[in-house]
Design a binder for this molecule. Sequence first.
Ligand code: ADE
Length: 237
Amino acid sequence: MENKSPIGIIGAMEVEVNSIIARLAGKESSGTAGLLFYTGELEGVPVVVAECGPGKVNSAVCAQIMILKYKPRLIINTGVAGGVGVKIGDLVTAECCVQHDFDTTAIGDPLGTLFIRREGRSEDIMKLPCDPNASRVLMEEARDIYGGAHLGVIATGDIFVADKEKNRWLGEKFGAKAVEMEGGSIAQACYMNGVPCAVLRAISDSANDDSPVDFPAFARETAEKSAELLIRAVRKL
Ligand code: ADE
C-alpha cells in the first residue's frame, strides 16, 4: 500500500520555499510557535512545508514540531549555501552534516562533537547522517539537469561565513563542500527522532569577501534552483 505519511520540506527563507508552497494542490496551513506549516500534494505526493527562519535553533524547533505534528517519513532541507571549493550555481547534496561551531575543544573533545540523547542513551556524534537513498535520488536528478552536482559534507553553524580563511578551514577541518545555517540542526533533530533526512543546497556565494555582494545577487535564483530540483525529484523519494 502507498505510504500516505508526508515528506517534510523545510527552508530557512521565503525564497527557499515559496515556489514549492505555490505548487501545492489542496493547500491548507496551520501555525505552531509562530511557524506556518503548509500541507498539500506536490506532484501528487503528500508533503508538509515550512519556512523556519535562519539558524540552528529556528530550524531545530521547526523540525521537531513537524515531526511530532505531521509524522513525516522523510524531511528535506532545501535552500542556498556558501560554496567551499565549488562554484556559484552548483548543487550540493549532503552525505552527512556537521555543526562546525559546536566547540568543546577546551575540555578535550574533538571540534564539532555533539552530545545527544537517543533511544534513552547518551551518544557522541560529529557526522550527522543523511538518508543515502534520498541523497542518491537528489544527486541523480541534479546530475541529469545541471553540470555542477556534488555529494559531500555540509557544514552548519550560526554564522554567515564571508571569510576566505574560515572557508579554507571548513574544507580542511571537515572536508566540507558547502556551509549554511540549518542543515546540521535539522539533521540532528531528525537523527534524535529516528526520521530520515536529506539536505539539498544550491550555491549562492563563495563564503568569502564577495559574499555580501554575491548572496543578495544570487540567493533568489539559486534558492529556486534547489526548490525546482526537489519538485522534479519528489515522486521518486
Ligand atoms: N547561506 C548562503 N550563503 C551562506 C554563507 N556564506 N554562510 C552561511 N550560510 C549561508
